[in-house]
Design a binder for this molecule. Structure first.
Ligand code: IPM
Ligand code: MN
Length: 373
């Protein structure tokens, strides 16, 4: 298949290194972007943002509105990782920044590939990398993450806490459609949906109903439903049965950590938060959706910070997704091929069987890119 023409306008990539191991791993991802900008003449501008626990502790501001607005109006992509710092036990900065971007930019699809890049990384007995190759479309703007609810009589013996599971027709439908459209575009034959409609009656009955309604528009694709508990089991017993999974926010969060376990751990899991355009759906164009937010799935891992041990490969794979979003899909494949070599040749960190530090892995990736790999 011919590659699309490269983008014609300059692209602005905002970089948020965040807390813990974030700055170390993002530094390697940034070097890759700099390589493309400086040695391959990609028209990319990098905008380094000072956002995270340090800034919050210094200024009392988590996510300044002017920064948020500039990202919304000018950036094409945001590269983020990782927020969470023991000095901010309530994690209010992490929520404000991460959810501020996901919700504020209406990035309704959290696309998380669960793809093992080497047999060696698959922890299941008798399974190979070929058995672990699917994509989770996690709803990213509502559900139990919507923050609707409250506490009553807090701190007393009578206290009450409620978090509502918010599911809108629009939110459910566009996510499910995005999953089916992805399947169609990528030659997949099956889409699974996980809900808990046997117990969470109202909200998940909506998922169940809309899933099969949307599936009717895609007759070439098999639609299968599983309760989420059964899906978790099947991901371990028969990961090969999955190609594309669509699910709600919380279940997607949990299933993709399980998925990360199948692909070699959190150091290997990449993700894209995007707003795909879907046909035939009640979606609105509010003019901000061209921005994508790209983050490795792993957290800030404070105990590992500053030790040069964190695996930067998830961040490198995430840069691949980012470049694809900007219009350079070949580079996603190129970076993935390099990551596969890094694993095979053990030019990687200890969590995936290598002996290198974070920076040395980045050195190797950038050198290989320079050699035209
Ligand atoms: C993730 C993370 C976040 C989430 C946390 C940090 C709020 O676990 O991106 O998977 O639950 O979405
Ligand atoms: Mn998570």
């Amino acid at each position: 298949m011919a590659s699309p023409a490269p983008p014609t306008s300059r692209k602005l990539v905002a970089i948020i290194p965040g807390d813990g191991i974030g700055p170390e791993v993002i530094a390697q991802a940034t070097r890759v972007l700099e390589h493309y900008r400086d040695h391959r003449s990609f028209a990319i501008d990098l905008w380094h943002l000072d956002l995270g626990a340090d800034r919050y502790l210094r200024t009392g501001v988590t996510f300044p509105p002017d920064v948020r607005d500039r990202i919304a109006s000018e950036a094409d992509a945001v590269l983020l990782r990782a927020l969470g710092d023991p000095r901010v036990p309530g994690l209010e900065h992490a929520r404000d920044i991460l959810f501020g971007l996901r919700f504020g930019l209406d990035l309704y699809a959290n696309v998380r590939p669960v793809r093992a890049l080497s047999d060696r990384l698959v922890p299941l007995k008798g399974r190979t990398a070929a058995d672990v190759d699917f994509v989770v479309f996690r709803e990213n703007t509502e559900g139990l993450y919507a923050g609707v609810g409250g506490q009553f009589k807090r701190g007393t013996r009578d206290e009450l806490a409620i978090s509502e599971d918010v599911n809108t027709r629009k939110g459910v439908e566009r996510l499910i459609r995005a999953g089916f459209e992805y399947a169609t575009a990528h030659g997949k034959t099956r889409v699974h949906m996980a809900d808990k409609s046997n117990a969470v009656r109202h909200a998940h009955e909506l998922w169940y109903r809309v899933f099969f309604e949307v599936a009717a528009d895609f007759p070439g694709i098999e639609a299968r439903h599983l309760y989420v508990d059964a899906m978790a089991l099947q991901m371990i017993l028969d990961p090969r049965s999955f190609q594309v999974i669509v699910t709600c926010n919380l279940f997607g969060d949990i299933l993709t950590d399980l998925g990360a376990g199948l692909q070699g751990g959190l150091g290997m899991a990449a993700s894209a938060n995007v707003h795909p355009r879907v046909d035939g759906c009640c979606d609105s164009d509010h003019g901000m959706s061209r921005v994508g937010l790209f983050e490795p799935v792993h957290g800030s891992a404070p105990p590992l910070a500053g030790k040069d041990v964190a695996n930067p490969l998830a961040s490198i794979l995430t840069v691949g997704m980012l470049l694809s979003h900007l219009g350079w899909p070949d580079e996603e494949r190129r970076l993935e091929a390099l990551v596969i070599r890094a694993i095979e040749e053990r030019r990687c960190t200890a969590d995936v069987g290598g002996g290198l530090g974070t920076r040395a892995v980045g050195d190797w990736i950038v050198e290989e890119l320079g050699r035209g790999a």
